[in-house]
Write a new protein. Structure first.
Length: 545
């Protein structure tokens, strides 16, 4: 190991194992993180094959597809049971509202679980969280399938929702582990398609399955799919979280060399694991309620997520109650949504190509706001589709009208979701898992609530105005990406957790200096201490909070 120089991690290259007693050659070390004399920082060299970002593209794509498939299975599990809610009502002699709780409580689990699993993954790694939670999910699907009372079904669905939430949240962090910013567009699109194709395919498969075999087979199919992805995740996907990989490497070096000086940046953190874990556990809440970017993006995604689950209730209202269709035929009406999702996912390479031109234009360091361009162009698809669905849903009109309204909704979903995930990942870097957990928390509670009040909303407002109400809300949300396009860089520059490039920080400083020049009394001044704080914030993606 080279002990002649110390190297501080930069965004584009990794640490080298080195002695901390020497001077830095690749950056400025923060005053609050001086490495003790004779300790050796174990970390990635630029071309280190142990760095997940340096793995072969084929293997990275394999991992991406496996975790995307896991997300598909989770989303499928959330929606497939909507095909035969009536079967649960009849079997257990409960109201439809009680039966719908089996959907809502599952979705609530989506919001609760990530607040724990995402920060745990940043302490203990991704792989152990994937494997453990998927195993729990597989086990508790079984009592759901054989339940002899509604209580058993609801309790097991709640546990499954919490357990299944981990993959939905960790995938964004996993992709950040594997792919560099300029490479991440297409893989993120593959991931983003899964949570929307799953809910579209769920009612389609569930409709035919329930008509032929009954509602219990809607759970057996979940068990089969969940077991398959658990096997793939557990036995074929390695750890991807860099700090965990480096920690294992340091432990191995300490054992093989009998030299305790080999440490990682996490090892030299003076706080005990319990204290660090407490910080990590509250991190998603800090991001959700303290970061404007995370809050508004989460709000927008909540509207979209609520719309998705509203469709699970609205389609049976329009087609089964309004037109007298069967569950299997109603499931076919989700095909345009799935086609829209697939078509937008197919556009991902072109979107990524455009992003790469922006990367080159900005000298390899484009601002995070460049990720918002697809969102600004596609956000209009959602209200357009909703208004088509709303005003063609009269019983006497053709089935094709409302079904075709699902196409622009599905098409817009993937662009919006992909842009939102990329924007959060680029804005928060190593805090990505917690940022995505915060987004999942608020959107899941909204999605769960929508399931419970959708039928009452349609009864009171009518099919047309109920759908239009969601359309108007989604139309108002179209302002969010434009807001961040204009002010996002300045918001990130003042953030405690967001990543800010040095050039962006300089631009933000120039803006503030201009304000001071215009208003010397009320303007904002910056001193050496604030400059150090900006550097800390800019490097927050590598440090502990």
């Amino acid at each position: 190991m080279d002990s002649s120089a110390s190297k501080i991690l930069t965004r584009e290259e990794g640490f080298s194992s080195s002695s901390a007693a020497s001077s830095s050659t690749a950056g400025t070390q923060r005053p609050d993180e001086q490495v003790p004399t004779q300790q050796r920082i174990v970390a990635f060299a630029p071309d280190d094959p142990g760095n997940p970002k340096n793995w072969s593209k084929a293997f990275k794509w394999y991992i991406t597809l496996v975790v995307a498939m896991t997300c598909f299975v989770v989303a499928f599990a959330s929606s497939v049971i909507t095909a035969d809610i009536a079967g649960v009502v009849e079997e257990f002699d409960v109201s439809e509202e009680v039966a719908l709780v089996s959907i809502s409580i599952f979705v609530v689990g989506f919001g609760v679980g990530p607040m724990v699993f995402a920060p745990l993954s940043e302490v203990y790694g991704r792989r152990i969280i994937y494997g453990t939670t998927l195993f729990v999910a597989v086990i508790f699907i079984i009592p759901s399938a054989v339940a002899d009372n509604i209580t058993t079904l609801l309790v097991c669905r709640a546990i499954d929702g919490i357990a299944f939430s981990a993959p939905m949240t960790l995938v964004g962090g996993t992709l950040a582990d594997l792919w560099r910013n300029e490479e991440r567009g297409v893989p993120m699109a593959a991931f983003s398609a899964a949570p929307f194709i799953g809910p579209a395919i769920g009612p389609l498969v569930g409709g035919f399955l329930s008509d032929s075999s009954g509602w219990r087979w809607l759970y057996w199919i979940q068990l089969i799919l969940a077991f398959v992805v658990w096997v793939l995740i557990t036995f074929t996907v390695p750890e991807t979280y860099a700090p965990t990989i480096l920690s294992r490497r340091a432990r191995k070096l300490r054992k093989s060399t009998d030299d305790p000086s080999h440490v990682t940046e996490q090892d030299i953190d003076p706080r005990p694991i319990s204290a660090r874990l407490r910080v990590f556990l509250i991190r998603p809440f800090q991001l959700l309620f303290g970061e404007l970017i995370v809050f508004l993006i989460s709000l927008y995604m909540s509207v979209l997520y609520g719309l998705l689950y509203m469709f699970f209730v609205a389609y049976p209202i329009v087609y089964q109650k309004g037109k007298g269709y069967s569950a299997s035929t109603t499931g076919l009406m989700f095909i345009p949504v799935a086609v829209g999702v697939l078509l937008s996912a197919a556009c991902a390479p072109f979107v990524n190509k455009h992003y790469l031109t922006l990367v080159a234009k900005h000298g390899g360091k484009p601002p995070a706001e460049t990720r918002l361009i697809p969102m600004m162009l596609s956000c209009w698809c959602i209200p357009i589709g909703l208004f088509i669905f709303a005003w063609t849903s009269y019983p006497e009109l053709s089935w094709a009208g409302p079904a075709m309204g699902g196409f622009p909704v599905g098409f817009g979903f993937i662009f919006l979701y992909n842009s939102a995930n990329n924007y959060l990942v680029d804005s928060y870097q190593h805090q990505a898992a917690s940022a995505l957990a915060a987004k999942t928390f608020i959107r899941s509670f909204w999605g769960a609530a929508v399931v419970l009040f959708t039928e009452q909303m349609y009864d009171r407002l009518g099919d047309q105005w109920a759908s239009s109400l969601i359309g108007f809300i989604s139309l108002a949300c179209c302002a969010i990406p434009f807001l961040f396009w204009k002010f996002g860089a300045r918001i990130r520059a003042k953030s405690k957790y967001a990543y800010v490039d040095e050039e962006e920080k300089t631009d933000a400083d120039d803006v503030e200096k201009a304000k001071v020049a215009q208003n010397p009394v009320g303007g904002i001044t910056r001193d050496d201490e604030s400059e150090d704080e900006d550097l800390r914030r800019a490097r927050s993606y590598v440090s502990n909070p």
